[in-house]
Design a protein around this ligand. Sequence first.
Ligand code: GDG
Length: 463
Amino acid sequence: MSRLVVVSNRVADPRKAAAGGLAVAIRDGLQQTGGIWFGWSGKTVDASVANSHNGVHTQTVGKVQLVTVDLSQQDYETYYLGYANNVLWPVFHYRLDVAQFDVRFGSGYRRVNQLFAQRLFPLLEPGDIIWVHDYHLIPLAAELRAMGCRNPIGFFLHIPVPPPPLLAAIPEHEWLVRSLFAYDLVGLQTEADMRHLFDYAHWEVGAERLTDGYLRAFNRTLRVAAFPIGIDVGEFAAMADAREGVDMFSRMRAEYSRRQLLLGVDRLDYSKGLPQRIRAMRYLLEHYPENRKRATLIQIAAPSREDLGAYDDLRRQMDSLCGAINGDYGELDWMPVRYIHRNVARRRLPGLYRASRVALVTPLRDGMNLVAKEFLAAQDPEDPGVLVLSRFAGAAEHLKQALLVNPYDAHGAAEAIQRALTMPLGERVERHSALMATIRKYDVHWWRKAFIEMLEESVRETG
Ligand code: GDG
């Protein structure tokens, strides 16, 4: 079996309890074959250190080496804050209005990808399979190839691919897509993402569409396929039954015994549709007054990327919307929204999910959305809650039995929430069991195996 080399912006320490399902799946893959997990250390240091070997750290955990590199402050600002999070993240989530284009960002992005390639290349062995993750590292394979790397290299994009005219708004769009052709396999979350990439490649670079997921351009053949990412369903169900999960569940059930709990769990990010969700709640209270003094939304908004201005705006907007809805509708003994701008411990999440009658997963745009799947996995199958899911989350492509909504339409979303709150037990059970079958089949282990198998296969086919 080939050794696996995983590259991502950040390296999760797989021994830490906080590691999510993705980190666990990657760790399992690495432990099976041995290998390397390579990425940024999360630290910024003086440029002289970052550019020397003192900026590289190696730790061995079992058969796996965790290798991280430090970045200079300037690289952090241009590569990470600038290009990754002020250009690629907003544009790939269809938000040209919050994108900020600056040539310095593009050069920092390229420089850090080169630095990663320079540090990684000497560690590679001929049989290694390389798996690169996410938008921070699109040009990594091209940089490795320029150094003479012939190993199979796959790329998985965790976020959506926007339609071609939006992608083309990025000044370096052609370079980015050309860089993708240095990979042997590009994995995307959904069929819709595939269509966008194929259309772009066809119209903008004249790529030839070969059979079944193969594109030919720049003298290379690239295979593209959709691998909807999943969760570790067993782990989540077990966490719901563990002490902290059960404690959380009992506390919430006691507090909300005669009330109905709605739940949102998100990073505080403008892609997640949080202001729109509060507006839908307002609409619900206005038009279905039976929910007053009865339904409460707990919205966990974990702090995220607080160094960026667009996130400050969102924070202010949420403070004001939540203040207004509570001020207008709240009573001495009831508040419509409990907004918590903090991180909640991972072990407590399943209990919270299980105590909730409805989950509101209503992003404006999302690659997949794992919260939707975690909520389902944590439910009591005999008395499950209802998932209200945005049609614009990648997850909507295969979670068909959820109540799908358009998050921009406060009226329609409120109707769906009302339907969820009043759904009879039989229908809840039926929908939940169909959804569980899907998330069990397409879990995170399926995702990792399917990607690696296809990468190995595409390399055999194209030589
Ligand atoms: C990207 C793509 C794609 C959230 N709040 C807390 C907390 N979380 C955890 C959730 C879940 C994870 O964070 C969020 O995952 P999502 O998939 O919902 O969203 P992104 O972070 O935007 O992830 C997304 C994903 O990559 C995988 O490919 O699905 O589309 O955007 O696991 O539980 N965890 C803890 N406290 C919190 O307050 N502990």
